[in-house]
Design a protein around this ligand. Structure first.
Ligand SMILES: [Zn+2]
Length: 393
């Protein structure tokens, strides 16, 4: 719920690289490039079809259920999701948090958030665009180890005056003992662009409000985000100030915040015509990439190129599973001209090892002579490694 007034004390900075010693990390680019335009567009379509998501409506509850099912489909579990309920003006609403535990600082959190409620319309841009960006980030980061824990938080009640995020700060952040240790709050609100315009710039928002003790750190993180946008996407950046969205509830609590907001601003927000047709889904896709690159940086994701887990987008498959005679290897979207395939049994012994040069899309290997049981299939290319469990019976 916000309207930008372009004030000329805003400093415009177009993809300026600050002295924060950030460099291009191929592993991050690899993940960012797995962002899916199809997912963005399909999820926007589904979000729109869920209707007007106001407080107390079945549409809002249905949207929450839809979000949970999305996270489950990405491989998260119900145990990683928390619904927190709060009330205002006689309405009961819920925020939904998806937790991902950090490998080095499990008790320090990067909060990646956006509201899923709407007012006077389906809110496909405000804030379906942020919702689908967060969904893509959660999908892409599912198997990527991060040093810091991440909380993906979907707020309700934003359109009624930041009710969900205020409740979250009171009931979760400040009610935890010790108080929740937040590295950064990264908010996405209205990042869908405007149909028919050239949407090539993302506004990056830093804290300029009171209290001011958190402002310098917000400025630092926002400039790091600007660098990430330049490193991993073709978008330009515009540095501005944060206001009128869920990060302000955290700002007031003296947390460090940053945010993304569209630079070409829709005229359809908070109206019955806030529809996908009035947005630019390609821009939304580019923003999701920018946000993913930034999240990898903020949460300090693993930079190992060969990490087993960086495989979610390649659609490599091994079938049939279970199998008895042959195992087919479908190369998915990998276009390497060489790979090694190995099968490792549960004792760690390599049972099969084979190099395949100029592979066909589907290659077949004989497994009929192997002992029955569970095996790990490992497909290795020059810089990628994909693993999967199979059963030979
Ligand atoms: Zn909004």
């Amino acid at each position: 719920m916000k309207t930008y007034k372009i004030i000329f004390l805003i400093i415009a900075i177009f993809t300026l690289n600050f002295a924060t010693a950030q460099s291009y990390i191929p592993a991050y680019a690899n993940i960012v490039n797995q962002t899916s335009q199809t997912n963005i567009t399909n999820n926007l379509t589904e979000y729109e079809a869920l209707g007007v998501k106001r407080r107390g409506t079945p549409e809002l509850q249905n949207t929450l259920n839809w979000l949970k099912n999305k996270y489950l489909s990405y491989g998260y579990t119900n145990l990683q999701m928390v619904e927190d309920t709060y009330s205002y003006s006689g309405f009961t609403c819920k925020n939904l948090t998806l937790n991902k535990v950090g490998t080095v600082y499990p008790n320090i959190y990067v909060i990646i958030c956006g509201h899923y409620d709407s007012i006077s319309g389906t809110g496909t841009n405000d804030n379906g665009s942020g919702v689908v960006s967060i969904l893509e980030m959660a999908r892409l980061l599912k198997n990527v180890p991060t040093e810091y824990s991440i909380k993906f938080v979907n707020f309700s009640g934003e359109e009624d005056g930041l009710k969900g995020s205020q409740a979250y700060v009171s009931n979760i952040v400040n009610a935890t003992t010790p108080k929740l240790n937040i590295k950064l709050v990264f908010n996405l609100d209205e990042v869908g662009g405007v149909a028919g315009m050239v949407n090539n710039t993302i506004t990056c928002e830093r804290d300029t409000a009171s209290p001011t003790t958190n402002n310098a750190a917000s400025n630092t993180f926002t400039n790091q985000m600007i660098t990430c946008v330049g490193l991993y996407t073709s978008l330009n950046t515009f540095l501005s100030y944060a206001y009128a969205s869920d990060y302000m509830s955290f700002q007031s609590n003296n947390e460090i915040i940053t945010g993304m907001f569209e630079t070409n601003e829709t005229t359809h927000k908070h109206t019955p015509t806030d529809f996908l047709v009035n947005m630019d889904p390609v821009y939304n896709y580019n923003v999701a990439k920018a946000a993913t690159g930034s999240a990898l940086h903020f949460a300090v994701a693993s930079t190992a190129l060969s990490n087993d887990e960086f495989n979610s987008g390649y659609q490599v498959s091994f079938f049939p599973n279970p199998t008895s005679e042959f195992l087919n290897i479908n190369l998915g979207t990998l276009n390497d001209n060489y790979y090694e395939i190995s099968l490792i049994d549960i004792n760690g012994k390599v049972a099969v090892e084979k190099s395949i040069i100029n592979p066909d899309q589907i290659e077949k290997i004989n497994v009929g002579l192997l002992e029955k049981g569970m095996y790990l299939v490992v497909l290795k290319t020059k810089n990628k490694k994909i693993t999967k469990k199979i059963v030979i019976n």
